[in-house]
Design a protein. Structure first.
Length: 208
């Protein structure tokens, strides 16, 4: 049966434009990350998301179950990237200081290239539902312990000055979170210069 003009227009309104082989769900997740960053998870609504995606709100449910599912996908993706990266770096047969530099560069580039996802996972994870909340909290704590463990390894091998490793991790991650101001600045240095400057400052603070 041929579409009427009205039903044809409605079908167009329900379509999510995709490109470069990105799925419709990926588009929704990307827009959700930006929306959650701007408004906060609690304040953002599915109607808000539908507006930025450019579809009717009901069309979103063809691709996702709920707003909470979106937060879970964002946080899980970030947590998995962090875990996979530290897995690779820990396994390398290189000095602890080089491992730390690799981790710092990874964090800096995440804040530059995947800014919205990282900010949302860092600020909004407490709104996750169970069991995802407990799993994410555990993964977050374990990651920081492993990061601190690399610093402690360097201290033991006299590659790094004697410091409190967990405190050093908090200071470094907090400093990197300040890259948020880089995205807002109207007079930006290049991403590469930002990376090199931050690594120099943070690594020199560990030098023996």
């Amino acid at each position: 049966m041929p579409l009427t003009f009205v039903s044809y227009i409605c079908s167009l309104m329900g379509r999510i434009k995709t490109e470069n082989n990105i799925s419709r769900k990926d588009i929704i997740v990307e827009k959700a990350a930006n929306l959650f960053k701007e408004k906060g998870y609690k304040a953002a609504s599915m109607r808000d998301l539908a507006e930025v995606v450019g579809v009717e709100a009901a069309s979103l449910y063809n691709h996702i179950k709920s707003k909470s599912e979106l937060l879970h996908v964002i946080c899980l993706d970030v947590a998995n990237r962090f875990t996979n990266t530290i897995d690779e770096i820990e396994s390398e047969n290189i000095p602890a200081r080089e491992k730390i530099e690799k981790l710092l560069r990874f964090h800096i580039l995440e804040m530059i290239n995947n800014y919205e996802d990282v900010i949302v996972s860092d600020r909004e994870w407490k709104h996750l539902s169970e069991p995802y909340l407990s799993n994410f909290r555990h993964q977050r704590r374990l990651y920081r312990r492993r990061f601190a463990g690399i610093i402690e390894e360097g201290i033991k091998k006299k590659e790094i000055k004697k410091i409190d490793a967990p405190t050093a991790v908090l200071i470094m991650l907090h400093a990197i979170s300040g890259i948020e101001s880089f995205h807002r600045s109207k007079q930006k240095i290049s991403a590469k210069d930002l990376e090199e400057n931050m690594v120099t400052i943070l690594i020199n603070g560990l030098a023996k």
